[in-house]
Design a binder for this molecule. Structure first.
Ligand code: 6PG
Length: 282
């Protein structure tokens, strides 16, 4: 009899280019959402910001993938957010609204015809997640009320308690977390040496990082939430990520130094293009 070794390592999927990474990620997201709805009647998905998700969202927002997901049972959350209003170019929620939900096209405001919405042809754009299932971090409201990231973090933690996924231990256990990796090895808005590692709050306000762009304050889920997520998908591409990926996936484990190692666990899949994977194992 052979016994497989028990490892706490993720699956690594290497694809030729960013477009292929986006297609693979979108396929895996579809499966994760379908499975979660089948098993638990709801799929709680915490998504990411940065440059990674837009292409993935566009795959999800059009047939055939769009038509496979029971979107009415999907709850969309943000893993982290920049402390800017929701319509700001740096907003993580804005990327989801533009490319996944395609709200501009649905409201007839795209103005370019590029979104694929066509009322006459009965073609609609976007993933039809009900508005009440979309949960942006209330940074815009905080800014309007003259309060800071900690206020937005506390409100989001309350929303999570009320409408979020079941709690495991003390943390909400998302069915799916989609993540990008920063050039310094950060994940969510948990930067190397982050104080969030010493916090008990489910959602944490983070001062503006000075070593990576954009230099704006953030609101992030507590790093420990990654320990209980049922499924994690990490996507990274480009030569610029090769060196940090070699460290994060290298022999040494130190999650405070390389927070992306929080996602280096069983139940996670890392989707890398060949350029990003080029320094692995060297
Ligand atoms: C953010 C993020 C962050 C991001 C990484 C990767 O708000 O900046 O959520 O964790 O995912 O920095 O960013 P790219 O996808 O742009 O490489």
């Amino acid at each position: 009899m052979t016994v497989s070794p028990i490892t706490n390592e993720p699956e690594i999927a290497i694809r030729p280019d960013p477009e292929a990474c986006a297609r693979t990620a979108a396929d895996m997201i579809v499966s994760a959402l379908i499975d979660a709805v089948a098993e638990r009647e709801r799929a709680h998905w915490a998504t990411t910001g940065g440059s990674t998700p837009a292409a993935i969202y566009r795959n999800l927002a059009m047939p055939p993938l769009r038509d496979r997901v029971p979107w009415e049972f999907v709850e969309l959350w943000l893993g982290d957010e920049r402390f800017v209003p929701a319509d700001h170019p740096l907003s993580n929620a804005k990327i989801a609204e533009a490319d996944l939900l395609q709200i501009g096209a649905l409201s007839g405001q795209s103005g370019t015809g590029s979104s694929g919405a066509d009322v006459v042809g009965r073609r609609t754009a976007g993933a039809p997640i009900p508005a009440e299932n979309v949960h942006p971090i209330p940074t815009g409201q905080a800014i309007a009320e003259g309060v800071g990231p900690i206020w937005a973090a506390q409100r989001y933690a309350e929303t999570l308690r009320e409408l979020g996924p079941p709690v495991e231990g003390r943390w909400p256990a998302f069915d799916l977390m989609l993540l990008g990796i920063g050039p310094d090895g950060h994940v969510l808005s948990v930067f190397p040496g982050s104080e969030t590692f010493d916090k008990d709050d489910t959602v944490v306000g983070v001062p503006a990082p000075t070593h990576v762009e954009p230099h704006v304050a953030r609101v992030t889920l507590n790093p420990r939430v990654l320990d209980v997520a049922r499924r994690i998908i990490v996507v990274a591409h480009g030569e610029g990520k090769a060196a940090i990926l070699a460290e994060v996936l290298g022999p040494e484990r130190d999650e405070r130094r390389w927070p992306a190692q929080l996602a280096r666990r069983a139940g996670a899949t890392w989707i890398l293009d060949e350029a990003a994977a080029s320094a692995l194992g060297q």
